[in-house]
Design a protein around this ligand. Structure first.
Ligand code: ATP
Length: 229
């Protein structure tokens, strides 16, 4: 589903690579944690998958498509198969919960009747039924993240990228978010989650990929956060 072949990313000429000759493959339906110290290249990895950045050398393939050679006009349709969730939720503050989620379908031209059935279904799935009319500031952090997940998943993408989704949440709330991501993964969605949350990684026992100054230093199935354990 996601394949990196000798991928190197250098942001500024002469700078140390943010990713250094990384090769890996994530199969359809996998759940993968991406770990590593701050600045190790996790967000760069996710930005390359979204083609927000291009590799300096090497190739990134998404569902068999080579992103290096993908024309710019094809990028939006490629991105429709990818949902993204961030630490800071990135909701539209003046829109309601319902509108935030519906908007993701409106901008890709989905018909009204589809939106009217899919949005309530998705809000129910993430546990937000009854809160459709609230605005983001009327929700807890965990609820805001659920809205962000609903928005990312409402189009049923084949890949969900999560960049520190529990970074602003307390441990109990984080666990609820992880249960939700696990459920989404069980529907067949490939989930890649960059995180510093050692407790969650140790509890979930999923594949762990560790980066260190841009290099892939560990790829462990049913892994833990720290390699020393
Ligand atoms: N837009 C950019 N321009 C120049 N350098 C960048 C840019 N984005 C990231 N970098 C550099 O690339 C390296 C990897 O950064 P990246 O954000 O991918 O790390 P990270 O593992 O996601 O860190 P964190 O856990 O703090 O989010 C760092 O040295 C960073 O300074």
């Amino acid at each position: 589903m996601i394949r990196f072949e000798n991928v190197t990313k250098v942001y500024a000429r002469g700078a140390r690579p943010a990713l250094d000759d990384v090769s890996l493959e994530v199969e359809r339906g996998e759940f993968v944690f991406l770990v590593g110290a701050s600045g190790s290249g996790k967000s760069t990895f996710l930005r390359l998958v979204l083609r927000e950045e291009r590799a300096t050398s090497g190739n990134v393939f998404i569902a068999g498509r080579d992103l290096q050679n993908l024309s710019n006009w094809k990028v939006p349709s490629m991105r429709r198969q990818i949902g993204a969730v961030f630490q800071d939720f990135r909701l539209l503050p003046n829109k309601t919960v319902y509108e935030n989620v519906a908007f993701a379908l409106q901008v890709i031209g989905k018909p009204r009747h589809h939106i009217m059935t899919t949005v309530p279904e998705t809000l129910e799935m993430v546990g937000l039924s009854g809160k459709e009319k609230r605005r983001p500031h009327e929700l807890s952090g965990g609820e805001q993240q659920r809205v962000a997940i609903a928005r990312a998943f409402v189009n049923r993408p084949s890949i969900l990228l999560c960049d520190e989704p529990t970074g602003n949440l307390d441990p109990t709330t984080s666990l609820g978010i992880m249960r939700l991501l696990d459920r989404i993964n069980r529907t067949g969605t490939t989930v890649v989650m960059a995180t510093h949350d050692d407790e969650i990684v140790d509890q979930m026992r999923k594949r762990v990929i560790e980066l260190s100054t841009g290099e892939l230093v560990r790829d462990q199935s049913r892994g833990v956060y720290g390699s020393a354990r």
